[in-house]
Design a protein around this ligand. Structure first.
Ligand code: FAD
Length: 405
């Protein structure tokens, strides 16, 4: 049977673009559809703008620290609309590079929503046309959880909107304890916003080493970020003008300018037409795949955030590269999700790889813990009381490092 395409990719983010570009470079006939902007979450509303805003937020501290080194900085001021506009210029430039990378590898680029219509059929919304492909990759990613079960949830924002707020809030409450919540708390605090972090569990950054979690918690409080744990929102109400009243489960109410939900992400699968092809999802809507990212349907693969694996850009890219090697280079490769080095762009930043102390304790008979907490040399003159933590976990028997934080 002749198909319109050797490969069709739905979703022009980190994983989808990499798969399309690499297969296009092999001389195959490849199409890709993106309903929003090429580059996807990471480039347009994730890693890239986030890091730019983290940089922006660290200047306030640098100005303060400079004095101890003999600098007089003078009066400073911050203009939020300038940051938003400059961020926009940069992500537009990157978006262009993504598109160019596709086109220069002979990938046919469609600016449209696409949905499955069968094991080899994709419907292109803009043209209301069905194209056929020998293989299909679904890489549609996810979207922030908007807490729709909460009374007044529509008065809150999610990360997509946080980058483009018309004005910088004076006071914000961010719900969540994962890396995105923690990073945004650092950003807003650094930009001078009165920031509260609300987390339903006992400690932020679940899944990270306990010492790291506790140290960051303390350092954030040192910087003036209020952290409320073991509580959730009871409801959100409109206050005076643009204000919002956040009612907490413990009974307190906070008047703020923005309520921000950073409560994880959900896969964009509910209207994707998966049922026409018979693609299976798990109970949370993630597409189920085998270790080669293949779905239960022979001709369809899924990779990146739409699968319930590790949701990071380099991981989506790695999954795409493994798909290309397996299917087009006769070199079967399973993506390896072990030992993924991870950074959190908090203040101070976190870098981590391997097991936490708790995990190491469960996995190995005896674990040696090497830990140092100290004031970085930079802060001897800056006068800042920041501390830094280094921790190594070593399997006592083999003397192998099994975790570094
Ligand atoms: P995406 O990049 O989400 O791309 C999917 C694309 O598909 C989107 O462009 C979407 O518009 C499109 N799409 C969806 N449905 C359709 C459809 N039906 N038809 C056509 N197109 C469709 N990861 C890191 O590694 N480091 C970080 O520092 C980091 N920071 C982050 C910060 C934030 C605030 C967020 C939200 C995420 C961050 N991530 C980070 C995660 C990272 O962005 C994702 O893991 C990564 O983008 C996943 O890539 P993907 O290809 O699976 O999906």
């Amino acid at each position: 049977m002749a198909f319109d395409f050797d490969l069709f990719v739905i979703g022009g983010g980190s994983g989808g673009v990499r798969a399309a570009r690499r297969v296009g470079a092999l001389g195959k006939k490849v199409g890709i559809a993106e309903e929003s902007r090429y580059g996807g979450t990471c480039v347009i509303r994730g890693c890239v703008p986030k890091k730019l805003y983290v940089y922006a937020s660290t200047f306030s501290e640098s100005f303060e620290d400079a004095e101890g080194y003999g600098w007089s900085v003078g009066e400073t001021s911050f203009d939020w609309p300038t940051l938003v506009a400059n961020k926009e210029t940069e992500i537009t430039r990157l978006e262009g590079l993504y598109r160019k990378g596709l086109e220069s590898n002979n990938v046919e680029v469609f600016d449209t929503r696409a949905e499955l219509r069968g094991p080899n059929e994709v419907w292109l919304k803009n043209e209301d046309r069905i194209v056929t492909a020998e293989r299909i990759v679904v890489a549609v990613g996810g979207t922030p959880n908007r807490h729709e079960d909460l009374e007044g949830h529509d008065l809150g924002i999610v990360s997509d909107a946080a980058f483009d707020l018309e004005k910088l809030p004076e006071k914000i409450i961010i719900a969540g304890g994962g890396y995105i919540a923690v990073e945004f708390a650092g950003i807003f605090n650094g930009l001078g916003v009165d920031t509260t972090l609300l987390y339903r569990g006992p400690e932020i950054l679940r899944g990270f080493d306990d010492d790291v979690r506790q140290l960051l918690h303390a350092e954030y409080e040192n910087r003036g970020i209020k952290i409320i744990t073991d509580q959730v929102f009871a409801k959100i109400e409109k206050g005076e003008g643009d204000k919002r009243i956040a009612h907490l489960s413990g009974g307190d109410a906070l008047e703020v300018d923005q309520v921000f939900f950073a409560l994880g992400r959900v896969p964009l699968t509910d209207t994707l037409g998966l049922q026409y092809a018979g693609v299976k999802t798990d109970d949370q809507g993630y597409i189920e795949v085998n270790e080669y990212s293949r779905t239960n349907v022979e001709s369809i693969w899924a990779l990146g955030d739409v699968t319930n694996r590790v949701q990071l850009t380099p991981v989506a890219i790695h999954e795409a590269m493994c798909f290309v090697a397996t299917e087009y280079r006769d070199d079967p490769q399973k993506p390896d999700h072990d030992l993924i080095a991870t950074a959190v762009f908090s203040h101070p930043e976190i870098g981590t790889v391997g097991l936490t102390e708790e995990q190491a304790g469960k996995e190995y008979g005896r674990v040696e813990v090497y830990k140092a907490i100290f004031r970085p040399m930079k802060h001897t003159l800056s006068g800042r009381s920041d501390r830094m933590l280094m921790k190594l976990l070593v399997d006592a028997e083999s003397q192998r490092v099994v975790g570094a934080h």
